[in-house]
Design a protein around this ligand. Structure first.
Ligand SMILES: O=C(CO)COP(=O)(O)O
Length: 249
């Protein structure tokens, strides 16, 4: 059984009600492969989740961009995994580099979050990726392996996890990883899973790429054997997101 292609759209901290409605209209009108061929998941800011849940076509799914690390309670400003489950949000993005680097979330904290979100029945898009400095010093594989280990240490099943490789130097920079650069890291991550989790998990877990993916570069990236889809930032707010979904074919 092959791995089903996965295309996520991370809207980050963008959008107004009117803009959200426009994006949804484009997505709802789009001709794309069936849900048997590709999983499409859009991730609006928390405040727009109910609107997106109510308007979005039923073959596309919704993700939150973060959630709290434990059960909710006295944690001002946080949104818990239970709340997302209660709202009917099936997916959550955890460990995005913007949270690791700007909000100082550690790998151990992210591992705890992934484990808690899974325990509440959510599916997780877990992100890893190296900075430019780390790439230039030759530590890319060590960095992404350690980030993956911090997650693997806390979870007992990878069934509901998609791993997103997002090199920090490629995010929002227009500097996309070459297909060969992406394939090399994806293959190493799969090897890490094989050696440290199991052969079955290595074979079945989808490893998706994020970082300056657009309608023009997606097809070549999608052709790489260990690349099972995308996590798209900027281009997920534009009609070309539909072209990226169609790169699944
Ligand atoms: O961070 C990303 C997706 O999570 C990628 O962002 P860009 O596609 O804007 O580079």
């Amino acid at each position: 059984m092959g791995r089903k292609f996965f295309v996520g759209g991370n809207w980050k901290c963008n959008g107004t009600t009117e803009e959200v409605k426009k994006i949804i209209t484009v997505l709802n009108d789009a001709h794309v492969p069936s849900g048997d061929v590709v999983d499409v998941v859009v991730s609006p800011p928390f405040v727009f989740l109910p609107l997106v849940l109510s308007l979005l076509r039923s073959d596309f799914h919704v993700a939150a961009q973060n959630c709290w690390v434990r059960k909710g309670g006295a944690f001002t400003g946080e949104v818990s995994a239970e709340m997302l489950a209660n709202l009917g949000v099936p997916w959550v993005i955890i460990g995005h580099s913007e949270r690791r680097l700007i909000l100082n979330e550690s790998s151990a904290f992210i591992g705890d979050k992934v484990a808690y979100a899974l325990s509440q029945g959510l599916k997780v898009i877990a992100c890893v990726g190296e900075t430019l400095e780390q790439r230039e010093s030759g530590s890319t594989i060590d960095v992404v392996s350690a980030q993956t280990k911090a997650i693997a240490d806390k979870i007992s099943s990878w069934d509901n996890v998609v791993l997103a490789y997002e090199p920090v130097w490629a995010i929002g920079t227009g500097k996309v990883a070459t297909p060969a650069q992406a394939q090399e890291v994806h293959a190493e991550l799969r090897k890490w899973l094989h050696n440290n989790v199991s052969a079955e998990v290595a074979e079945s877990v989808r490893i998706i790429y994020g970082g300056s993916v657009n309608g023009s570069n997606c097809k070549e990236l999608a052709g790489q054997p260990d690349l099972d889809g995308f996590l798209v930032g900027g281009a997920s707010l534009k009609p070309e997101f539909v072209d990226i979904i169609n790169s699944a074919l």
